[in-house]
Design a protein around this ligand. Structure first.
Ligand SMILES: [Zn+2]
Length: 317
């Protein structure tokens, strides 16, 4: 798996070559060379999938995420460093539903046949997900809507983890079939632990069931549905489209009428605006973990969900 480093393509250009040298150098400071070389190298587009892949892959994998949790995952800027990660990858794990379609640009610059679309080293975890908010009429990105195939933020619902990790397991077992049994064992152990947490989370949310919330960007619909909460509006006009003054006035009016107490906001969104809307409607704004790593303490999958449960259980009390 190390040969990709030495068979460096001339076509990638000097800048990439310099970056590659830097990357190889820093890599040598980490795990011992032999160990690192034997691991399955996985790249995920978003940090939630990195955490879930680590849960399934254990110490047999080395996982990097292209986007950071503090970013708007719809709009990650493609950088040469992404191409370097992808160039060394055995497996690329994507979310799908056009959340991370920016990754395709990075793949094309990476020159790695293992992860091109259709290759065994490329998987999309949305396979098998019951997709919510599928538009009734045709929507495309030229209209600015960033959810044209339905809502892509299913990873924030722990109830979707069995499907997501099954897809991850299938992908890992395809590129490293000798480890299938270990991957299956890791996955079962993780899901058993998650089941215990889910029971605890359900209990915490029981007293606030049926509560109405407003979200800045609609990235919590799967999560809210799982725990019996109701999203009655969004600050964005439509997914990815900034609010007009008229939309905000109507939203505030509606929040007052329906006695909405909380506005959920992503760390990358306009927190001041969320607070202003909340204040005018006599509600409160709360920053949520819109991904693993989005807020302090949410540094793995279970910790991120736990942060969101605690925030809502408290905010809605
Ligand atoms: Zn979105």
């Amino acid at each position: 798996m190390n040969t990709a480093r030495t068979r460096w393509s001339l076509g990638l250009g000097a800048i990439l070559a310099v970056l590659a040298a830097a990357l190889t150098g820093s890599g040598a400071l980490g795990a011992s060379g032999a160990d690192a070389a034997e691991k399955v190298r996985v790249v995920t587009t978003i940090p939630d999938l990195k955490s879930l892949t680590e849960a399934v892959g254990g110490d047999l994998v080395e996982v990097e995420s292209l986007a950071r949790g503090t970013q708007n995952l719809h709009e990650a800027e493609v950088r040469p460093s992404m191409m370097l990660k992808l160039r060394r990858a055995d497996l690329l794990i994507e979310n799908g539903l056009e959340l991370d379609s920016w990754a395709e640009v990075a793949v094309q610059g990476a020159n790695n046949p293992k992860i091109v679309r259709g290759a065994p080293g490329r998987i999309e975890v949305s396979r098998g997900i019951p997709v919510l908010e599928v538009p009734g009429t045709r929507v495309d990105r030229s209209m600015g809507d960033v959810h044209p195939l339905g809502n892509p933020h299913f990873s924030l619902d722990p109830g979707m983890a069995p499907i997501i990790t099954q897809n991850i397991l299938d992908g890992l077992a395809r590129v490293a079939p000798q480890h299938r049994a270990a991957f299956e064992q890791n996955r079962q152990a993780f899901l058993a632990r998650l089941d215990g947490e889910l029971a605890r989370w359900m209990k915490m949310m029981e007293p606030v069931k049926g509560a109405k919330v407003v979200v800045y960007h609609p990235d919590f619909i799967y999560f809210l549905t799982r725990f019996g909460l109701v999203q009655v509006g969004t600050i964005e006009d439509r997914p990815g489209i900034p609010p007009s003054p008229g939309h905000l006035a109507r939203l505030i009016q509606q929040m007052k009428q329906e006695k909405v107490k909380v506005v959920l906001v992503e760390p990358w969104n306009d927190k001041k605006l969320a607070e202003r809307v909340a204040q005018e409607a006599d509600a409160k704004a709360f920053v949520m973990a819109s991904a693993v790593g989005a807020v302090k303490g949410a540094d793995n999958y279970i910790a991120a969900i736990d942060f969101n449960i605690r925030t809502l259980a408290e905010g809605l009390r």
